[in-house]
Ligand binder design. Sequence first.
Ligand code: GDD
Ligand code: MN
Length: 361
Amino acid sequence: MRECSRYELSIVIPTYNEAESIGRLIDSLRGTLERGGIHCFEIIVVDDNSPDKTWKEAENAAMGDPRVRVIRRTWARGLASAVVDGMKSARSDVIVVMDADFQHPPGIVPKLYEKYREGYDLVVASRYMEGGGVQDWSRLRLLISKLSIFASRIAVPSSAKTSDPMSGFFLVDRRKIDLQSLKPMGYKILLEILARNPEVRVSEVPYVFGRRLYGRSKLGLRVMLDFVIHLIKLSRITRFALVGASGIAVNLAFMYLALRLVGVVDVASAVGIEASILWNFTLHELWTFRYRLKGGLREVAKRLAIYHYSSLNSIIIMYATMRSLYTLAGVDPILSQFIGILLGFLANYTMSRGLVWKIAK
Ligand code: GDD
Ligand code: MN
């Protein structure tokens, strides 16, 4: 068996209950790479102590080949974190990440490597470019996949550098990304890399996402929920919108309470508005923009004042709408305030569009 002093390529394969696939995949990769003239490669299987003893199968398949290593994790679980652990321990800076279940055809690996050598930092195996595709997917799964891509385009602008930001099959040059900054979560490791390293040079290679040959998929509801949480964490806009939406509830709840306690509509309306401003401000400070009270009390007070000023438009519209609906038409004050909030938002949008950014119809 060949000893290598330098490795040109490390292949990281996360596994959980893939005992039936892993040995076959290791053999198949060895054959494909050798035929492609790549001899000093390394295969790193990162197994989360699978009950079906995938790690043992992998060790057996290695048969003493020093190019195959198995990391048996007992301290952590999860696809993305397994990938990051594998990437950190790789002996080459050029790393391919792929699944164990043959849905990622081994024959694509040399093509990723070839593309990389043309001068890219990240090469994605894509299902959604000319020549790519999926075998055997239900309409629903395809729809979910497309929707996820759409959502990630909004949340992570740099995801537009590839047609398939959800791919779990890619090559990356470890020197060109900040490995330490990756916060692995759920499944979407590629998206995480793109979000934290928007400068990388990206190219892609088409492939057909095959049928799973053995075992079962681990992608369930939990994974999808993780994805949504992941997107929110990565995207400021989404956080901003969520805070705004929660502010509506706060506004109305406080108005209701004040109406109950004080009974004066104007006071209640003002209490609701101010409560939502303070609420939004606090969340934006701590969560949306992650300032976390930066600069001490003085700076925070200054930001709070500016935030009030920037909300002035909406405040006036909210209050004026509420007051006129209530006085002139006798509409319930809480409902009036709610309509005021919506109008405030609409007015803000219309004015921004017409006066500030001037989007033509
Ligand atoms: N170490 C480790 N820990 N590996 C895991 C874990 C885990 O908790 N969960 C899953 N894996 C491994 C599986 O054993 C497999 O090798 C690979 O990760 C992908 O898991 P699958 O369960 O086969 O996922 P999938 O086929 O539904 O999803 C694949 O396609 C998606 C695109 O639609 C993955 O490649 C996704 O990353 C990709 O987004
Ligand atoms: Mn799979």
